[in-house]
Design a binder for this molecule. Sequence first.
Ligand code: ADP
Ligand code: FDM
Ligand code: MG
Length: 227
Amino acid sequence: MTTPRGALIAIEGLDRAGKSTQCDILLNRLRAAGIPAKLQKFPDRTTPIGHMINSYLTTTSTNLDDQSIHLLFSANRWESRDSILSTLQAGTTLLLDRYVYSGIVFSAAKPAEVIPDPKPLSISWCKAPDVGLPRPDIIIFLNIGQEEAEKRAGFGEERYEKREMQEKVRGLFERLRGEGSGSSTDKEDWWVVDAGGSIEEVAGEVWKGVEEGLRRVREGSGEVRSI
Ligand code: ADP
Ligand code: FDM
Ligand code: MG
């Protein structure tokens, strides 16, 4: 008998929604339940492309136009494609701390800085480079109000950690969840969790999303779908 494949579970949300906290809890909980699991964070800052992304996010001296950095974030996912698929095929469930969806909304939320083309990047342009990547079985979206997020540890120094940007990101995530475009953003992929409760309360709700993701894999064809 072949090993059933693992589930691909993306955790998304605004900065400080609790994604990394919940990913750590989930990883332990899955393993404690006897489900082999791994965690991968995007951007993956450990690769050569990841070094460029890190330098862009953490220094003002690295200047890249909005299109180039968008494509680097996407390339940083493409370079993990084979390992994502082989992890799943080996029967290991893979948690992603951010994925394609952060990629789309953060780029589309950027204020247009490039002259002489001052238009923001469109959602459809931002989606295109990720088409063909492995599609999550479920996207768990940690939903938190700006006010609650601001009560948590403050912004760091990174490029996108600005209130105005976060507000645009919030609106674009909502749009993405509602679109059900027939490709990467089908509505049924999204599992929205109120992330404003205690860490334990949120973990309980997140776990329900994971159970749903695992169920979808059990009842599915075994194929990993593509975005
Ligand atoms: P993200 O990865 O989404 O940016 P983190 O998991 O790093 O968020 O959490 C941001 C901060 O908020 C951390 O200091 C973390 O300890 C705290 N935190 C996370 N979840 C909660 C929660 N449910 N209630 C209160 N504080 C939280
Ligand atoms: N981010 C993250 C993007 O702009 N595009 C992407 O494709 C991804 C995965 O990078 F501001 C942004 C979101 C955030 C920053 O993320 C770094 P972490 O989770 O803080 O490392
Ligand atoms: Mg985090």
